[in-house]
Write a protein that binds this ligand. Structure first.
Ligand code: GLN
Ligand code: ZN
Length: 761
């Protein structure tokens, strides 16, 4: 039997078109407003989303895609996976939820990490042998009813059991042999109960997301997937089940899902474009609906409707039914491009944000099922926009292209590391265990205000520059007083480490309101990289020179690397990412050269996103790391041996990129390490890393000031692994989110600890 789902989107933004949820959350957390107010804002946002999706004509409107903080946390709470230490706080359900998300004084929050290869962060559930699963929260059912009261029948969305367990980590007290997936059998009855309740409430369809299967999975994990859906599909009274994977090719999991007793399977045909090749071999799809994820949920370009339709047409005979969907949830794109007033009109005509993507889904589905003629005009308009973009002269800058086409291996190679070290030491004359920071100093409200006033035109450039110069002087004086060895200017002029550079390069546009949730109430506004990239004039040199003129100590210039610029932008999809990376690299290379000419002898090029962009499938790692490493080296190899190149990496376990860190060949690499107690140094040793390294000696993510003894201990541990000539001393990351009070205290302690260790050398 064929069962219909109709056109749909896998999820939708929830922070609010004007970030209403962000404001409501933050004012609730600060105690300014009460929970009734928060609930009211949340309810309005949900109603608005359901109505909008319903009125746009989707065949199936999702629900439970709203979250007060994070959908993985929501799932953990629904399933009863709340660690004892949060239950013991004795808070009510909402505040227990926020305690898990944000911590309370006595209890830190759950760990947070990146959601697959996106810049969204989820809270990591903790599962142990004793976790007491049980349907302890009925939010999915309540939301279904809430939408029902508006006359809209929705499709509740919940993270699937395997992805939930695969994303969880083992509870601290679990035996080493334990893995959260061991608990599948105990978890499935809770899913079954939830499905039965949803069925009783009238839900026709439920979506269970299994994106974890777009990454490498072991045979036993695939077997568990089979078991899970055999069991859930075998329930006698249940809604129809729709199971999508997304963020890449589903690989073998697709065969498992195709033969499972479920009614619909979803595939990401944007990130997993080769999936179409295997679909025809899956006879199990003949009695199922295939939701073809042809509208890109991760990027902001208008869909190539003709291309999507021809792909969809090839699927028609393969599945019982084909519906059009998004490749993944639309959580990763902003709300509405029509709200943008300042984007260049031609570029704007090429864009589709969430709202426009819903229209594209509806349109494609109609064209597929009712015929192109019914929607001829809209198809023509869409085609015109896509062709306009394809043909646009402004995408190409022949100077940029001829430059990257002439690149040779030697452009990405520096001199012998030992000679570099000697040359640099001759110029810099640094003491053993040199101290430095990662770049930013606290961004005070005065600094933020000055930037805002300048952007609104309320102060002129001269006033702005003099205020920033004063701030730089204060930061330099502070570092001198602290006795640090390599100083920074503090980055007061930067709103964000990627946006700042994109605003000063050709090939990018910024949005006014293109906010995307990063975690909780935090949003980012990624720039849009639409054309060939170049740097018309120096960006940071003036600030760095000013800082340099204020001190006799070396000042480190501060840049963002090509991989991170790409990772935190919406990138063009009309050429390979590696090619775009080369262009960005050459723009940064120009900046590095200008810093060197201005007498800045130390330049740091940050690549905190190196790990983030690593493909989910290991077979693709090599190709990614090739271009990623090459682009960093292109950016940093244009200088003399005497110029010292630093890089900074954070946010991750470095395991899978550890060889790449060696290959970057920076003179000094600073890394996040305080929380992992310097383990990264052994990892680096094991792959033959032989350059300078600055493992962070204290965690800047917490306001806690580390004491001298604790830093000293970490330094002595580091010296066990690294010879003194190669060891640097610095915090874990930039200081911009901290207050001066704590930063001063922490840096004084860092400095004192270094003195003690130096004295004992
Ligand atoms: N130089 C940047 C800063 O200090 C690095 C930020 C980062 O690692 N994310 O803020
Ligand atoms: Zn960092």
């Amino acid at each position: 039997m064929t069962s219909q789902i109709g056109s749909t989107v896998l999820g939708y933004p929830r922070i609010g078109p004007h970030r209403e949820l962000k404001r409501a959350l933050e004012s609730y957390w600060s105690g300014e407003t009460d929970r009734a107010r928060l609930r009211e804002t949340a309810g309005k946002l949900r109603a608005r989303t359901w109505r909008e999706l319903h009125e746009a004509g989707l065949g199936s409107v999702p629900s439970n895609t709203f979250s007060y903080y994070d959908q993985v946390l929501d799932t953990a709470v629904t399933l009863g996976a709340v660690p004892e230490r949060y239950r013991e706080l004795g808070l009510d359900p909402l505040d227990t939820y926020f305690a898990m998300a944000r911590g309370v004084e006595s209890t830190p929050p759950l760990e947070m990490t990146k959601w697959f290869d996106t810049n969204y962060h989820y809270l990591v559930p903790e599962i142990g042998p004793d976790t007491r699963f049980g349907l302890s929260d009925r939010t999915p059912v309540e939301r279904f009813r809430e939408a029902g009261e508006l006359g809209i029948t929705t499709r509740p969305v919940v993270i699937g059991p395997l992805t939930f367990l695969l994303l969880a980590k083992s509870a601290e007290d679990a035996p080493a042999s334990f893995s959260p997936t061991d608990r599948l059998d105990d978890l499935l009855p809770v899913y079954a109960e939830l499905l039965e309740e949803l069925h009783r409430a009238g839900a026709e369809w439920v979506q269970l997301d299994e994106p974890a299967f777009a990454a490498d999975r072991r045979p036993d994990e695939l077997e568990k997937l089979r078991t899970a859906y055999a069991e859930l599909g075998g329930l006698s009274a249940r809604p129809k089940l729709f199971v999508p994977t997304y963020f890449g090719d589903p690989g073998e999991s697709l065969g498992v899902l195709a033969s499972a007793p479920i009614e619909a399977v979803g595939v990401d045909l944007v990130a997993g474009s080769t999936t179409t090749n295997v679909l025809s071999g899956l006879t199990g799809l003949r009695d199922k609906t295939l939701v073809a994820g042809l509208v890109d949920g991760r990027n902001i370009w208008r869909c190539d409707l003709d291309g999507a339709l021809s792909t969809a047409a090839t699927l028609l005979g393969i599945a019982g039914e084909v519906s059009i969907g998004t490749s993944c949830s639309l959580l990763h794109v902003p709300y509405d491009v029509s709200a943008e007033r300042d984007i260049d009109p031609q570029v704007k005509s090429w864009l589709a944000f969430a709202r426009q993507k819903v229209e594209e889904v509806v349109l494609l589905d109609r064209a597929l099922h009712e015929g192109r003629d019914v929607v001829r005009d809209q198809l023509d308009r869409g085609r015109a926009a896509v062709e306009d973009r394809r043909a646009a002269a402004r995408l190409r800058d022949e100077r940029v292209r001829s430059r990257t086409s002439r690149l040779r291996p030697e452009h990405a190679r520096r001199g012998d590391p030992a000679k570099r070290r000697a040359d640099q030491q001759r110029v810099l004359g640094l003491p053993p265990l040199p101290t430095t920071t990662i770049g930013s100093f606290p961004q005070t409200s005065e600094v933020r205000k000055a930037r805002a006033r300048f952007n609104n035109g309320r102060i002129d450039r001269a006033t702005y520059e003099s205020e920033m110069t004063d701030e730089i002087r204060r930061v330099i004086e502070l570092q001198e007083a602290l006795g640090l060895d390599v100083l920074v200017h503090g980055e007061p002029e930067r709103n964000d480490m990627v946006q700042y550079f994109s605003e000063h390069m050709e090939g990018f546009v910024s949005t006014e309101n293109g906010w995307v949730q990063s975690y909780g109430s935090r949003c980012v506004r990624p720039p849009i990289l639409f054309g060939d990239v170049s740097r018309p004039e120096p960006i940071t040199v003036g600030w760095a020179e000013r800082a340099r003129s204020m001190t006799d100590k070396p000042v480190k210039g501060m840049l963002t690397g090509p991989v991170t610029i790409l990772a935190w932008s919406f990138v063009r999809n009309d050429q390979p990412l590696g090619e775009t990376a080369n262009q960005v690299a050459m723009a940064i290379r120009d900046e590095v050269a200008d810093l060197e000419s201005a007498g800045v002898g130390v330049v740091q090029v940050d690549e905190p996103a190196l790990r983030e962009l690593l493909p989910l499938r290991s077979e693709q790692h090599g190709q990614y790391l090739d271009w990623a490493v090459r682009s960093f080296r292109l950016a940093t190899s244009g200088v003399s041996d005497a110029t010292q190149i630093h890089t900074h990496l954070c946010y991750s376990e470095f395991g899978e990129v550890i060889n790449a860190i060696v290959d970057l060949d920076a003179d000094v690499t600073s890394l996040e390490a305080a929380r992992s107690r310097m383990e990264v140094l052994d990892d680096l040793n094991s792959v033959g890393f032989a350059n300078g390294v600055g493992p962070g000696v204290y965690d800047i993510h917490s306001p806690r000031v580390p004491d001298v003894g604790e830093i000293e201990k970490l330094l002595r541990a580091a010296l066990e692994a690294v010879p003194v000539e190669r060891l640097w001393v610095n915090p874990d990351c930039g200081l911009k989110t901290r207050g001066y009070e704590e930063v001063k205290a922490a840096l004084i302690n860092m400095r004192t600890a270094v003195r003690r260790v130096r004295d004992s050398l």
